[in-house]
Design a protein around this ligand. Structure first.
Ligand SMILES: [Zn+2]
Length: 80
């Protein structure tokens, strides 16, 4: 529990725009994962590593995750 508080402080010092809540896909683990993304991270986002079991969870952002940023993120991609 004490470690959690310290994590929060570290996260807050970064410029986070999006915070995702996911669960590890491993049925035995199923740990809750909180993923903080900057706008730059969001463009490159393709998954996260579970903090519990270190398993890679392939993932993508959906419009529901980032309703405020979705248009901007997708428009920029189309231009490139
Ligand atoms: Zn896991």
């Amino acid at each position: 529990m004490k470690n959690r508080v310290r994590d929060r402080i570290t996260i807050r010092s970064r410029v986070l725009l999006i915070e995702l809540e996911r669960r590890c896909v491993d049925a035995l683990c199923n740990a809750k994962a909180r993923i903080g993304l900057t706008k730059e991270d969001a463009r490159l986002y393709c998954g996260f590593e579970c903090e519990q079991c270190k398993r890679w969870n392939a993932d993508i952002l959906t419009e529901r995750d980032v309703p405020d940023w979705w248009e901007e993120l997708t428009i920029t991609e189309k231009q490139g």
